[in-house]
Design a protein around this ligand. Structure first.
Ligand code: HAM
Length: 422
């Protein structure tokens, strides 16, 4: 026998319930996001590597350790997208979407790639749904973005009490450099209690030390200076305005001075939604923030923007933990069974007729006996089985069996479509 293969480490097939879950996440995104005026965008799975090194930042874990970078046959350095924001901004610049003060609201759903250590809720190929509000500068845009994310999770079936919304401000290029220096000085002062990475971060990217998962570093960072005390007047006013809209909308949040997010493009508002139970340390099901400088970093005109992305694997784990059955189909399945060989073609024609009327209709394609067709129907979760035998065909109809009540009765061909489409 030839050797068989499994999916590469850190990747998984979406099949069965997980495929249905991914469909559900995408369909719900379309429904909810379109209410806010979002249109879809599809960008390539790989970009020129610089889109990410410049966009996300050289000193981030994502760029420094986690990218799938390769040279193509033409000697170009390409990278599988570790996230979609940089690609969307690159595409918006290329298509001139935001010239002369124009704004755009775009959303996407698709795979992302990060070379991380796989664990529950952390994959090397994972799926994200995300949204980007480009060129919208007002604090109202930040608040609307956060409310849309919350709305999305509610539409998926999560309850407010199962989620925590964290909010922080990262400042901007006016106030952040001085704050960065303060944190660097703090890290140097406590270098003896920090891991090697965090000691190095004092020189490369001090704010990343807030992300360190090591308990000893977390304890040190609990006492670190908070950016909220160093915000410039504009950033403070922006932050106050965002929070006051959230307050007015009755959306509960926690201010988290340690929330810095793992990507360097963020300015001002950052936010994350965590689930309270069932996910362990990978409990962030989605997050995002404002990125007012990213267009310029990628060669565009200043276009302040904000967005978020959510992780499909983690959401499905959270929905599982909350007992939400996202794989359940809402449309009834009908199985058309042939009693004998002579009725197989008639059964297929009947299935085609029902499909033409918008119904889900299955029939046997493997010459199964009537008994095993019933087993198939059961397995497919059919609500009704239409039995076509010699007698039924002669009388111009079918016997319909309600699989729940087990009731059976004869219905004419004309009557059956009417009955099932009602
Ligand atoms: P991120 O926080 O890096 O942000 O990722 C967003 C979400 O993707 C996370 O909250 C998590 O649910 C999921 N995620 C990230 N890495 C993995 C992984 N290795 N395995 C499974 N799930 C994962 C971004 O990607 C930004 N682009 C969000 C954004 C959009 N900011 C502004 N606009």
């Amino acid at each position: 026998m030839a050797q068989s293969y499994t999916a590469p480490k850190g990747t998984h097939d979406l099949v069965g319930a997980s495929a249905a879950g991914w469909d559900f996440l995408q369909e719900t995104a379309r429904t909810i996001f379109s209410r806010y005026g979002y249109a879809s965008i599809y960008t390539p799975l790989f970009e020129n590597t610089e889109v990410f090194t410049r966009g996300i930042g050289e000193a981030t874990d994502v760029v420094g350790k986690e990218m799938y970078t390769f040279e193509d046959r033409g000697g170009r350095s390409l990278t599988l997208r570790p996230e979609n924001t940089a690609g969307v901004v690159r595409a918006a610049i290329q298509a001139n979407l935001c010239v002369d003060g124009a704004s755009a609201k775009l959303y996407y759903a698709g795979p992302q790639f990060r070379y991380e250590r796989p664990q529950k809720g952390r994959q090397r190929q994972f799926y994200q749904v995300g949204a980007e509000s480009l060129g919208n500068t007002s604090p109202l845009a930040d608040a609307e973005m956060i409310m849309m994310l919350w709305d999305y999770f509610l539409a998926l079936g999560l309850k407010p009490r199962q989620m925590t919304l964290l909010v922080n401000s990262m400042g901007d290029e006016t106030c952040r450099p001085a704050y960065r220096d303060k944190v660097a000085a703090y890290l140097r002062l406590h270098a003896d209690k920090l891991c090697e990475d965090c000691v190095r971060r004092a020189d490369t990217n001090p704010l990343r030390a807030f992300d360190c998962k090591k308990e000893s570093c977390r304890v040190v960072m609990d006492g670190a200076p908070a950016l909220k005390d160093s915000l410039c007047d504009d950033c403070r006013a922006h932050n106050d305005a965002v929070l006051s809209v959230l307050d007015a909308a009755g959306l509960k949040y926690q201010l988290d001075p340690k929330l810095v997010r793992g990507l360097d493009y963020y300015t001002r508002t950052v936010f994350e939604i965590q689930v309270n139970e069932g996910l362990g340390t990978q409990n962030a099901i989605g997050g995002g923030g404002r990125y007012d400088g990213l267009f310029q970093d990628l060669g565009g005109k200043p276009t302040p923007s904000i967005g978020f992305a959510v992780g499909a694997e983690r959401i499905m784990l959270a929905l599982d933990a909350a007992g939400i059955d996202y794989a359940a189909s809402t449309q009834k399945v009908i199985y058309v069974a042939a009693a004998a060989e002579a009725q197989r073609e008639a059964a297929l024609s009947m299935a085609m007729e029902l499909r033409g009327r918008g119904l889900i209709a299955l029939c046997d394609l493997q010459d199964r006996s009537l008994k095993s067709q019933f087993k198939q129907a059961d397995k497919a979760g059919a609500a009704f089985v239409l039995i076509m035998g010699e007698d039924e065909v002669a009388r111009g109809g079918v016997t319909i069996r309600n699989m729940e009540s087990k009731e059976e009765r004869f219905v004419t061909l004309g009557g059956i479509v009417k009955m099932l489409t009602n």
